[in-house]
Design a binder for this molecule. Structure first.
Ligand code: ADP
Length: 509
């Protein structure tokens, strides 16, 4: 079987990709297509599930063509997806009843406030012990309630057992495996753990929480492991008959692709925002420091593995802001050159609390600030402060993870667009005080889904093959003087406090 390949579908927020991997875990070919971002109102973000499904089919074709292979060469298909994006569709017609409500969408604020007993500050933790998540507009369960409450006829059809719900993984798998002609309605534990509806200990739907959200249980997919054969591609597709065998939410897939299989292994993805996950082993670890408790992965009938997750809203997008709003750079990579025109930040700190502060502060009324300014500060210092902001925020999340888990990190595996920035990665290593390590295959998300599928069908033997294939491209060792790095971090923390409580009755928002 080793001469065959695995095809991973990465159904992301802005595009869908199909990537074919070989037995060494390297990329053979890629097909990619963007889909429309639909913004019907401020704060609302939707995708057309039909467009997404058509794109998935198209990119599978593109990847097969580029590799010059057909389904006979594909041992299994794995899926990874934008998490928390909710699709509700009719199982008799195969038609969505509404557009997919995307993870970024904030329309469920009233719903979650009501579930929190009228006060999110006090009640957001209502289900946290069971599902690992605080009430937030981010998660998919309340989005389903919104669809049932607002789409004419949807609730009656749901109660009659005609409607199905899923994150994008379920929608893609149902269609891949035949849709109205016998498609399987499943999800994996990592995706289920982002709905607010799954009990983290039993890995089954929390029926009382579904009742609180008025979601009929008949709509919910069957919860499976992340690596097993869910079904086979239906007769219509280019991959007809190939097993569909891996399913992980995107950040968990990246954690898997980065071979974070030991307790305390962590990866940080540097994109528009940052997502850090740490493997915490066989028990869910509740967070006292503003992190999410979530599933890491579950391979077949092996015990489930849990993770702590910390997200930072603004990292790469601050670089974009410098480029698009201030126009002091003309491309993202240019920031490195500009930052290197100065020796240090000159005393300036940039706290990008553009939409409040996420982990570990969770302060929605904070707003951004550039502090420590003097006549001395120039564009270079601001560029440097922008890069440093990502590193300090990452350190704060990591400190929270270490405090919650009691595990000290030995190295930080990284991926994502900002890892191209050498200055940032060196500064990151200096701040966290452990090596920062980048793998050769930067497409860790698709790779993780491929590994899950390949393990399920015996193409790979298990985690040991993933570890063996993982290869280091680059490593940044901490070199900063200890006293200096702590002084900078103390100043950063001081800068953060200057952003608190900015929004009040006088700020117009
Ligand atoms: P996403 O998957 O969230 O779209 P990517 O992993 O593609 O993000 O990373 C893109 C982000 O990385 C952008 O926000 C961009 O500003 C930032 N970025 C890209 N290259 C660099 C660079 N050389 N230095 C700093 N930031 C960069």
């Amino acid at each position: 079987m080793a001469d065959k390949y695995i095809l991973a579908i990465d159904q992301g927020t802005t595009s869908s990709r199909a990537i074919i991997f070989n037995h060494e875990g390297t990329i053979v070919s890629v097909g990619q297509k963007e889909h429309e971002q639909i913004f019907p109102k401020p704060g609302w973000v939707e995708h057309d599930p039909i467009e997404v499904w058509n794109n998935v089919r198209e990119v599978i074709g593109l990847a097969l063509t580029e590799a010059g292979v057909n389904k006979e060469s594909i041992a299994a298909v794995g899926i990874t997806n934008q998490r928390e994006t909710a699709v509700v569709w009719n199982k008799e017609t195969g038609q969505p009843v509404y557009n997919a409500v995307v993870w970024q969408d904030t329309r469920t604020l009233d719903i979650i406030t009501e579930l929190a007993g009228g006060d999110l500050d006090k009640g957001a933790g209502r289900y946290q012990d069971r599902v690992g998540l605080g009430l937030a507009t981010y998660f998919s369960g309340p989005k389903v309630k919104w669809i049932l409450d607002n789409v004419p006829g949807a609730r009656a059809d749901a109660e009659a057992g005609k409607l199905l719900f899923g994150n994008m993984d379920s929608w893609v798998i149902w269609n891949l495996t035949g849709g109205v002609d016998g498609g399987v309605h499943v999800t994996d534990v990592t995706n289920a753990s982002r709905t607010m509806l799954m009990d983290l200990k039993t890995l089954s739907w929390a029926e009382d929480i579904a009742a609180d959200m008025t979601i009929p249980l008949s709509m919910l997919p069957e919860i499976k492991s992340s690596a097993e054969i869910y079904g086979y591609v239906g007769p219509e597709g280019l991959l007809a008959g190939v097993p569909v065998a891996g399913d992980l939410g995107d950040q968990q897939a990246a954690t898997f692709g980065q071979a974070c299989f030991e307790v305390g292994n962590a990866k940080n993805t540097y994109g528009t925002g940052n997502f850090m996950l740490m493997n915490t082993g066989l028990e869910p670890v509740p967070s006292k420091n503003g992190l999410l408790t979530t599933m890491c992965y579950k391979i077949g009938d092996q015990a489930p593995v849990y993770a702590l997750e910390g997200s930072i809203a603004v990292t790469g997008s601050l670089v974009q802001w410098l480029r698009d709003n201030l126009k002091i750079i003309s491309s993202a990579p240019e920031i490195e050159e500009l930052a290197n025109t100065v020796e240090d930040n000159g005393g300036a700190y940039f706290v990008p609390a553009f939409s409040g502060l996420f982990a570990p502060y969770w302060k929605p009324t904070a707003r951004g600030a550039l502090v420590g300014l003097t006549r001395y500060i120039n564009r270079g210092h601001i560029a440097r402060a922008v890069l440093e902001a990502t590193a300090y925020q990452t350190r704060e999340v990591l400190d929270a993870m270490e405090a919650d888990s009691g595990v000290k990190l030995t190295e930080l595996k990284v991926d994502g667009g900002m890892t191209a920035n050498n200055t940032l990665m060196q500064f990151q290593a200096d701040q966290v005080g452990v090596p920062v390590v980048l793998p050769v295959v930067a497409e860790t998300t698709a790779l993780g889904a491929a590994y899950a599928a390949g393990i399920a069908v015996g193409y790979w033997q298990g985690e040991s093959d993933v570890i063996a294939n993982w290869a280091e491209a680059k490593r940044w060792e901490p070199k900063a003087d200890e006293a200096e790095r702590e002084r900078l971090y103390r100043n950063w923390k001081k800068a953060v406090t200057k952003t608190f409580d900015w929004v009040d009755a006088d700020t117009k928002e």
